[in-house]
Ligand binder design. Structure first.
Ligand code: ZN
Length: 382
């Protein structure tokens, strides 16, 4: 439980933020909303608003800790059960969460904490999804893609495009399957693989879709050297041999000739390549955001109740590379607060380093204190 005085402080800050900031989504009258408290992320849903003025008044009066909104649009967004809402269509949405990366650092700091490595890893996944899938394979333009920080551990990606608006859950599942490499059959890219004595033809790096990804990924592993090839499941001796003949092998693959690559355990190898190239939204709940037309997601530009950080919307996808959540998503920076930190790793906010702390009284800038209080690793000192 958060201390009542912490809840009071944060609610006051939220009131100030929502009275000054317009966070209304487009076509607000067709959206379903859900709200959560500091103790329960999704407390209730099936709420709707006629316009942005009513919505703003609600947020200022109630200061919810979590604000969720449907990427779907409905004729009657407050009707229930879901089938009675009259579904009209939905954005294509992806929820990328650092927890899904299963990074080594997470076994040290736990999944509630997010370190720089987690932030960097999930940013790479977001760029990978946009640059290697959404733009080249699906043909979406950068103008149709909006990226926002989730407010805690990752990024949300919204695609607004007329052609995908009406797609049902099954079609959406095909899209997330493609992106996560689910049901991709590698053998189909190597038509002569089973024929003895013939040349092994396979995909070229310039090929469209997964074929090109295979070829490019393999070449990139070759260029990184034997250890990268071993990560793909190739035995050490073969990896070294491939590395020695790198130039020749790459030249072959560039022309679709894979004859120089002898791979004993093909099935495992291709699966490893797919895993390396796929976007990791493996958590079934996160895939639900993409596939389930009734799933809600945090409203962009609202404050996350577990961090005090903003779900900042980036002006353009190009800004993602330089985006630093621990600086750019900070909104509350008024003075300092005294807290007692139970335990937390070192972290950096707005270019300043803090901690690590253990059982220690410290006076921190408001944003850093709120971050630790809402992450439940510190308590407020009177
Ligand atoms: Zn980490």
């Amino acid at each position: 439980m958060l201390q009542p005085e912490v809840v009071a402080i944060v609610k006051k800050l939220l009131k100030g933020y929502y009275s000054k900031t317009d966070v209304s989504p487009s076509r607000i009258e067709r959206r379903e909303f859900g709200f959560g408290s500091f103790e329960k992320k999704i407390d209730f849903r099936h709420v709707s608003f006629r316009n942005g003025i009513d919505f703003k008044r609600y947020l200022v009066e109630n200061t919810p800790a979590f604000i969720n909104c449907s990427p779907s649009e409905y004729e009657r967004p407050d009707a229930r059960p879901m089938e009675n809402k009259g579904w009209l269509g939905r954005e294509l949405v992806f929820d990328l969460d650092a927890t899904d990366l299963k990074l080594k650092c997470q076994s040290e700091h736990g999944t509630d904490w997010v370190c720089q490595e987690c932030f960097d890893g999930i940013k790479q996944q977001a760029l990978h999804l946009v640059e290697d899938f959404l733009v080249p394979d699906f043909g979406f333009s950068l103008e149709e893609i909006k990226v926002n920080f989730s407010g805690n551990r990752g990024y949300h990606i919204h695609v607004n495009n007329e052609e995908i608006f009406r797609l049902d859950g099954n079609a959406r599942k095909s899209i997330s399957d493609y992106i996560t490499g689910n049901n991709i059959i590698a053998g189909s890219f190597f038509p002569t693989l089973d024929q003895r004595g013939t040349k092994v033809y396979g995909p070229k790096p310039t090929d469209f879709g997964w074929g090109g990804k295979f070829a490019r990924s393999f070449i990139s592993a070759l260029n990184s050297g034997a250890p990268a090839l071993q990560e793909l499941g190739i035995e050490q001796s073969l990896a070294r041999k491939l590395e020695r003949n790198k130039a020749e092998v790459i030249l072959g693959i560039s022309n679709g000739n894979w004859g120089k690559v002898t791979i004993p355990k093909k099935e495992e190898f291709w699966n490893a390549v797919i895993k390396r190239m796929a976007v990791r939204i493996s958590d079934p709940i996160d895939a639900g955001v993409t596939n389930d037309i009734y799933h809600m997601i945090r409203l962009p530009n609202t404050i996350h109740g577990d961090t005090g950080l903003n779900g900042t919307v980036l002006d353009s996808v190009k800004d993602l590379q330089d985006f630093d959540p621990m600086s750019d998503a900070v909104v509350f920076s008024n003075g300092t607060m005294k807290v007692h930190v139970k335990k937390c790793p070192g972290f950096s906010m707005k270019g300043e380093s803090f901690g690590p702390y253990e059982d220690k009284d410290v006076e921190l800038p408001q944003y850093a204190a709120l971050y630790l209080l809402l992450k439940r690793v510190a308590i407020l000192k009177g």
